[in-house]
Design a protein around this ligand. Sequence first.
Ligand SMILES: [Zn+2]
Length: 280
Amino acid sequence: MAVHAHCDDETITMGGTLAVYADRGVKTCVVCCTDGKLATIVDPNMPEETTRPHLAEIREAELREACRILKVDEVEFLRYGDSGMVDTPTNLLPDAFWMTPLNEATGRLVAQIRRFRPHVVVTYDGNGGYGHPDHIQAHRATLLAVEAAHLSPLFKDAGEPWRVEKLYYTAFPRREMKRIVEMAKQAGMDPPFGDQNPDEMAFLTPDEFVTTTIDCASVIGRKRDALRAHRSQISEDWPQLTLPDDVMRQFADEFFQLVISRHPAVLPETDLFSGVTPQA
Ligand SMILES: [Zn+2]
């Protein structure tokens, strides 16, 4: 079960992983917390005036299409209001996910966990990956829900208790960004974040936090198609859509940080399910 803030976060951060596990017969579920209605619309064929009023529905359809391509089994929408970027007035809108009482959001995720009964849950780290309020709220509610879901006195109306075996945060290692910058320079291309030094990019994960690497080379094409399905959000010049296949194959890994494991973990690992024993 992957808990994300907005439609497209699932594909950008772990679309390859979802496809890889679907191919292995693992049942997967994406939970999207917000309606994403405040996002920038990048598709020039989607005019602001006519698209904005329907953006929430458009993004839901995009997510469903991306998940069809990735072969995700279930897609769930919590439909909280998008809070907008950090420190913008929309953070304080009454329907904003950021303003939702944490107990309420946690209860809805507990219900999702008890319904779907995942062995493994993935969400963001405490900074939400890059500081977006909706990502931070998704992190907080998911972390609490994973621990509350197996405690029968909590959220009694949300289903039978279920214990998640492992919780991960999505990660983008500093060393991987350094490798990308180096490769771009050698190829005479512009690095994805211009002249910024990877050591100063706050959204990157310290290398020592990264525990788990998933090889997604076998599903590069599907990840690209899923990225393209989010056409209101992702333009054709997105780096992963423009790089040739042979280059993409060298950067096909997706990364995670293991934060909860009910069994002693052997790290580093290359499988989110290593050590997981099937439950009745
Ligand atoms: Zn997002």
